[in-house]
Design a protein around this ligand. Structure first.
Ligand code: ATP
Ligand code: MG
Length: 421
């Protein structure tokens, strides 16, 4: 049970120091502790911060560990051999330990003329160094602004974040309208944390959903792709999609996707199941699902055989959530294999079954079959085909409906007729 001690307020902001908690074991990541030790040994303050403290308080295993310090980024970089400064808007230092990565940020302020805004209040660059207290107030949610000091085993709380975690509430530090104008992606973060932790989102934040959907259009499509990965490839995609599809946020991210599509919901659920069972997942598959209806509509409308509907679908998406080329190529291959899976051309069945996208294409077909009874027998046929041996495959092939042979045009005869005329 969490218990926290509130100190009498004096003029200087004094945080609550929470000593009774049970997060020590869960939060004691060896690499993060090494980073803190090295910084402390060089005379700097350093704490674990953000998601790892929040998750540990919720009894969830932290996914990664962030450290905040009063050392400058350049100093941090010099202290750790395998480190580099990354990020333009919010520069931080990545400190590498083998495959593990610790993100180190310098205390920043939320109000400073060093923070560059656009005319709508969106933060373009934030490099204004500050104190620990100022750093807490520039963070997004109260639940994300908690610091853990491994030396004293205390949680430092300036914003009543521990109380909000106990209430399971996501609440912004400061005025929701301003915080969303500074960074509309914070709305997506709210949806993500709410799905992950079962928290509710402060109604004052939800009141700005429509407005934020509009301002998401001004966020860099590359940043939105990073956020897309976190939203839908973290194991709670179904929950996130159920929330997103009810709002104009779905349209701000994937304008050509039909929010009520049963295929999309089935794919989100399937992605979560795969993550839970340790199976591999690729963003390319979800991209294929989200843009499928648009690709189909373009393929049907195609007047000019030279047009490439897959290319157009993917190109039109780029100004919303940008799709890296390799994932676009994956989606395209999944789309193109669908027709072959439907047709089941006798001559190329075995070749098709060893195609590099056969597995993904087949999974895609099975998901469609969940809500489309015309596709279900085709998916079942392929399921049986894969399980069958040579003679079993022959039986399955013999059950296929016979497609009438196309009559070949006799070139010679045409030429002859032309000659006669
Ligand atoms: P997780 O790592 O589980 O996705 P997190 O809260 O650690 O969740 P990060 O993106 O790693 O998320 O960010 C670390 C911390 O940095 C956050 O907890 C928050 O305090 C702060 N932060 C991140 N993004 C923003 C933002 N857009 N606005 C304000 N503060 C932010
Ligand atoms: Mg984190």
């Amino acid at each position: 049970m969490l218990k926290f001690f509130r100190r009498k307020s004096t003029k200087a902001p004094k945080p609550n120091r929470v000593r009774e908690h049970a997060i020590r074991k869960q939060i004691s990541d060896a690499n993060a502790l090494t980073v803190i030790e090295v910084l402390n040994a060089n005379g700097f303050q350093a704490y674990l911060v953000g998601g790892c403290v929040r998750d540990a308080l919720c009894g969830v295993k932290p996914k990664d560990f962030d450290v905040a310090t009063n050392a400058t980024l350049e100093t941090v970089r010099k202290l750790f051999r395998r480190s580099r400064i990354v990020g333009k808007r919010f520069p931080i230092v990545h400190v590498r330990f083998g495959r593990d990565l610790i993100e180190v940020s310098t205390f920043r302020q939320s109000i400073s003329d060093k923070i560059v805004h656009d005319d709508k209040g969106m933060i373009l660059r934030d490099n204004a160094f500050g104190t620990l207290h100022e750093d807490a107030f520039r963070r997004d949610f109260t639940a994300n602004a908690l610091y853990y000091d491994p030396n004293s085993d205390e949680i430092i709380d300036f914003v009543d974040g521990v109380a909000d975690i106990q209430r399971k509430l996501l609440r912004f530090i400061g005025d929701p309208k301003t915080r969303l104008a500074e960074d509309p992606v914070r709305m997506l973060r709210a949806i993500r944390f709410s799905a992950k932790l079962g928290f509710s989102i402060d109604q004052q934040i939800l009141n700005y959903t429509n407005e934020t959907a509009n301002s998401l259009k001004t966020v860099s499509p590359a940043r939105l792709f990073d956020e897309f990965l976190k939203l839908f490839l973290s194991g709670y995609a179904e929950q996130v999609w159920r929330q997103v599809r009810e709002t104009p946020i779905a349209g701000a991210l994937f304008p050509c996707c039909i929010p009520s599509s049963p295929l999309v919901l089935a794919a989100m659920r399937n992605t979560d199941e795969r993550i839970l069972s340790g199976a591999s997942v690729t963003p390319g598959f979800l991209i294929a699902v989200l843009l499928w209806d648009d690709f189909c509509a373009r393929s049907l409308d195609q007047d000019d055989p030279e047009d490439d509907p897959a290319f157009t679908t993917l190109k039109n998406q780029q100004s919303y959530v940008a799709i890296p080329r390799r994932f676009g190529a994956f989606a395209r291959e999944v789309w193109l294999i669908q027709e072959r899976l439907h047709k089941r051309n006798l001559k190329s069945l075995d070749r098709l079954a060893t195609h590099k996208r056969f597995r993904a294409g087949y999974d895609f077909l099975c998901l469609q079959a969940e809500s489309n009874e015309q596709i279900a027998p085709i998916a079942d046929w392929w399921t049986a085909f894969q399980a069958a041996d040579g003679s079993g495959r022959q039986t399955l092939v013999s059950q296929l409906p016979k497609t009438p042979r196309k009559r070949r045009r006799n070139r010679n005869r045409t030429k002859m007729t032309e000659k006669i005329q």
